[in-house]
Design a protein around this ligand. Structure first.
Ligand code: SF4
Length: 211
């Protein structure tokens, strides 16, 4: 496993991921960062949170050949990528210009519109090909238990964000993690909610201690 200084970019099964921040407005009980210091050998703890777009681009350029053979790159690491909205947009523009065949995915907790107090989804249009949003639960009570959000009305905000992405015609998937010990996630109910919001649905089994 190649290790990269500051790990703004890492690879899982040869697929590139961008780790743009360690900040998050959730504290999910199943979060990988609660369990491990690394993801397949890449330490994703950043030594500072004020990273520049140029730092991310420079790590991408150092791995240009490997990225050129990939079909997709994902904003996903030890934090919520859209907290760094400006950097995500700038890096995505760079990727679209320099790797036109590469699809861009963002894995997000869906809090961005609440955090920025405006609809940021139109800013992603044309840059982000796929967005995966953590619905995480069938109702607010369970969401608050399993995701432990730091913002108000988080569950409603997540559902609104899912709908905003669908309305912008971004390929949108609502996701849940099930089989987390002590948390009774109603996967079928979550699927119905995702469908009612117009999104695709993905449920993934909880994997203790890692990917
Ligand atoms: S939203 Fe993602 S990064 Fe944030 S705590 Fe949950 S799993 Fe971890």
């Amino acid at each position: 496993m190649q290790t990269i200084e500051k790990n703004l970019l890492y690879f899982l099964d040869n697929k590139p991921y961008i780790n743009i921040t360690n900040a998050c407005s959730n504290s999910c009980v199943f979060c990988i960062r609660e369990q491990k210091q690394d993801v397949q050998g890449a330490n994703l703890w950043l030594d500072k949170d004020e990273i520049s777009t140029q730092e991310v681009i420079s790590q991408i350029e150092q791995n240009k050949e490997k990225i050129e053979t990939s079909s997709e790159i994902v904003f996903c690491g030890y934090g919520e990528p859209l907290i760094k909205l400006d950097e995500v947009i700038e890096v995505s523009k760079y990727l679209k210009q320099n790797f036109p065949n590469l699809k861009i995915r963002i894995n997000t907790n869906g809090h961005a519109n609440a955090i920025f107090k405006k609809n940021i989804v139109p800013e992603l249009k044309g840059l982000v090909d796929y967005i995966s949003i953590s619905l995480n639960a069938q109702n607010e009570e369970m969401y608050n238990k399993i995701s432990r959000p730091k913002i108000k009305n988080a569950y409603e905000e997540v559902k609104r964000f899912i709908r905003a992405c669908v309305e912008e015609k971004i390929d949108t998937t609502a996701s849940v993690v099930y089989n987390v010990p002590d948390y009774d996630i109603d996967v079928e109910r979550c699927q119905v909610i995702a469908k009612s919001l117009g999104a695709k649905f993905r449920a993934r089994d909880f994997i203790p201690n890692g990917y």
